[in-house]
Design a protein around this ligand. Sequence first.
Ligand code: THG
Length: 262
Amino acid sequence: MLVIGERINGMYKDVGKAIKERDKKVIQDLAKKQVASGASMLDVNVGPAAKDAQEAMKWLVETIQEVVDAGLCLDSTKPAVIEEGLKVVKNKAMVNSSTADKEKLDIFVPMAKQYKARLIGLTLGKSGVPRDRAQRSEYAAAILTSCVEAGFNLEELYIDPIVLPVNVAQPQSLEALEALREFRFLYNPPPKTVVGLSNVSQGTENRSLINRTFLIMAQAQGLDAAIVDPMDKELMDAMITAELLLNKNIYCDSYLDAYKKK
Ligand code: THG
């Protein structure tokens, strides 16, 4: 599982405040803690409030890189904001994300290719969130077509079925899970997949329990990557145990510790 730490996102109050005040310590502590907890990439999102989003992205990337070597997953809907980050990323970069709209794909696919970055393709169209598993597969096929036509290395592509809060869109959790399975039949080799896990529990009472239960179900459908809070130890232990049971790691009594030392 490619673990992408979600915490450096202006959506979180502490991070939003740190970005506004250009307070490096808050950001660097979160970067170090997430990497120590098992994240191999860190999501970087300036949040909805940042006025100077491009400048804030550059500052975040440089601030994080002062303390960790993790890959960075640049999270914005705006191409200019992502590109500002791509220019300064030293290690592996990930473009998060393009929708399945042709106009967006025509910008983001060549951009990811130029910077040798991974790319997340959201199964989102102009009409907003996908209705069901079939519409998710239609959008996934459009993303795959664009990438193949542009000569983008499919090993670097991750398709996101869009996870929605279970408290407001309950049937969508199952639709997203089934879509993960259906994507495997769209292309050979099957495209990789990613989810933004914490979406599923937004506004609910049992956030951590709902997150880890959904993550394991998604893993059973072949999920390759997830944007998660790696500091949630129960979540990480459940994820590592699911990988063991899916025969992705070799068993030993200390398999939980062994995973984190990788
Ligand atoms: N797919 C992709 N990228 C994504 C998402 C996705 N990036 C953003 C998001 N979804 C994943 N990251 C988060 C980060 C935080 C929360 C949810 C998803 C979250 N935050 C608290 C909340 O809103 O309740 C903030 C609480 C606080 O202020 O402290 O839940 O789906 N490709």
